[in-house]
Design a protein around this ligand. Sequence first.
Ligand code: IPM
Ligand code: MN
Length: 377
Amino acid sequence: MKDAAYEIAIFPGDGTGPEVLREGEKVLGALAEGGTGPWRATEYPGGGQYFQRTGREWEPEGEAAAHRADAILLGAVGWPGATLPNGDIAGRALVLGLRESLDLFANVRPCRLYPGVKHRISGEYREVWSPKNVDLVIVRENTEDLYTPARGRLRRAGETEVAVDTRIITRKGAERVIRYAFELARARARGAPGDGVRRVTCVDKANVMEGCRFFRETFDRVAADYPEIERDYAYVDAFTQWLVRDPERFNVVVATNMMGDIITDLAAVLQGGMGFASGGNIGAAHAMFEPVHGSAPKYAGKNQVNPFATFLAVEQMLRWLGERHHDARLIGPADRLEAAIARVLRDGTARTYDQGGTVTTSGAGDLVAAALRSEAR
Ligand code: IPM
Ligand code: MN
């Protein structure tokens, strides 16, 4: 527990990022009402649009705050045409850059379908997806694999002839993220929704790739320390079918970076779409939380997008901070926020356009803030 206020560095970023983070801050404000919360949130500029205006991705103060803060909240980065001279997306510093420089090795993406939310798959087997059977967490390795900047082009006479990305899997990188997944399976209140079994599923392509074989070997080595947790394996191609068909089999899933990137977006469909997908980029000493939908340029400035992913990211952040510092002053608000989110979703009054409703981004924020104020204390 900390005596001074916890410092939260907020980077609204690009496009719809500032719109959803404004609602996130509204909800933080409602949580602190009648006293101040034990946190101090400060906004810093940065991202692709900022780069287009200033020629800089962010300012030294923002970068220093990110490195100093107890937790970081990120809106979204990326804007059409905003590209760094080397071809990378402008704003990379705030997401991929911080994952590297703060060593945020686990990307933790909860996937839960709340009562009252419609999943995003239609068809004759739609009863398969219900809040009863979608409650899993995907833990994605977040610092290596194809994301390691071990890449380049071979140019001859100014013409690109070859482009190479190198897939790097290290013992340290694999081991720590797999251990994170097993610890999470141990700590979670419930096992898989289908059978209640605590299970960690290793998603890979170990039938083909050396890096995946090594990842799986590491998985087996770490799993030996957790005899009470079932170990499970899925090749990534088959996993995509099983996830959609039988989500209730899954409890905690662990994957390498690139495959994890893909399967987490797929999983978001089962929780109502990207509008409900939050993620924590978690390291040993730092963490950054974000709605994972991105800047959605098409919707920017329309006060239309779904801010629930941001509310869930705020909840994930408060819980992480509270657990890390053994501080009930943060766990309490995380619980209250989770309950308020669930209540508002259940009664169906906060449906934004993606859920077939007409509620605006700020309207949804008002509803969650009001739910926090009206709760029985
Ligand atoms: C994510 C995003 C990022 C990634 C992009 C914005 C670089 O898709 O967090 O999943 O690929 O990791
Ligand atoms: Mn992604």
